[in-house]
Ligand binder design. Structure first.
Ligand SMILES: [Zn+2]
Length: 300
């Protein structure tokens, strides 16, 4: 090989290595689904990650489920509020790995597995499942009807605090069946440290359950993020404005209200498990003339 040709060949080999050969080639197949007509799958292209919202189950939340922690508060509510059970797929653009935020209900009508299949993602391609809390609409989809793990290659990440609370409460023993097939793949985490390879950092927002977790997904070098808010709200149309209202599923209502207010004060963009599909809400903070904060949201 002539010297010039050799140097050119060497350059061609080195450039991909130097520029990060692990980068996912573009366009990613998931991005081809952006703007697709699917009623239960929506793809968002974010810096560093691709997020796909999947509506595992549709639904509405009856107003009768909600009550203010202020016993004197009387508000006329509509009969029900729009809601969903959403699961979020997060694909890390750098390492190409797929993660789920929660696993949905695992009902015969659940959309998680068929929608992943339609997106070209098999259960074996899921590297990890990050659980916001141990309720059946979030962990039911971890198991298949035959009792085996639905995502056989996935580590299942759960807050140590949530897991211990579940483990030590006999009333929650019924949920054991969802976690048992994954017990060898359980990874218990503490809050505030990024789960390696995911870009996701778990944060402690209790009240709905003792270890209820939200996950920040890093989307830029200067603290930019989106937040997977779990069950911080069940009816966004009610509870973002009137955050003192709890669904009866909130185990510790006063703590749940504190957590909700705290997350609202942080603002930003949320993906919520029960915010109506595709589950995205951008929080808007305003103040009254007297300086009190109040919140609303947009879906843009
Ligand atoms: Zn839920």
């Amino acid at each position: 090989m002539k010297k010039k040709t050799f140097i050119a060949a060497l350059f061609c080999c080195l450039v991909p290595l130097l520029s990060g050969a692990t980068e996912v080639p573009t366009p990613d197949p998931l991005l081809k689904l952006q703007g697709s007509a699917s009623a239960t799958l929506k793809v968002f292209d974010l810096p560093g990650s691709i997020v796909a919202a999947i509506e595992d189950q549709p639904g509405r939340m009856p107003a009768a489920l909600f009550r203010s922690i202020d016993p004197n508060k009387r508000v006329r509510l509509p009969n029900s509020f729009p809601s969903s059970i959403n699961v979020f797929l997060v694909k890390n653009k750098k390492n190409g790995k797929h993660f789920l935020i929660d696993a949905g209900f695992g009902r015969p009508s659940s959309r998680l597995l068929p929608d992943l299949k339609a997106a070209g993602i098999s259960p074996e391609m899921i590297s990890g499942i990050l659980i916001t809390h141990i309720h059946p609409d979030h962990v039911g989809g971890l198991t298949r009807p035959d009792g085996k793990a639905a995502f056989p290659q996935a580590k299942v990440f759960i807050a140590r605090k949530e897991y211990e609370a579940w483990k030590n409460d006999p009333n929650r023993a019924g949920l054991a069946k969802h976690l048992t097939p994954c017990r060898n793949d359980l990874v218990l985490f503490d809050f505030g440290r990024e789960i390696p390879g995911t870009g996701l950092t778990p944060l402690f927002y209790p009240g709905h359950t003792p270890g209820h977790t939200v996950f920040d997904l890093k989307t830029g070098p200067k603290g930019e993020r989106v937040t997977f808010a779990g069950d911080i709200v069940h009816a966004a149309d009610l509870q973002i404005k009137a955050y003192d209202f709890c669904a009866r599923f909130d185990m510790e209502p006063r703590t749940a209200v504190e957590s909700r207010k705290k997350l609202l004060e942080r603002g930003g963009c949320w993906f919520g498990a029960h915010i109506s599909f595709p589950g995205r809400a951008r929080i808007v903070r305003r103040t009254t003339d007297s300086g009190a904060a109040f919140f609303s949201y947009t879906v843009k």
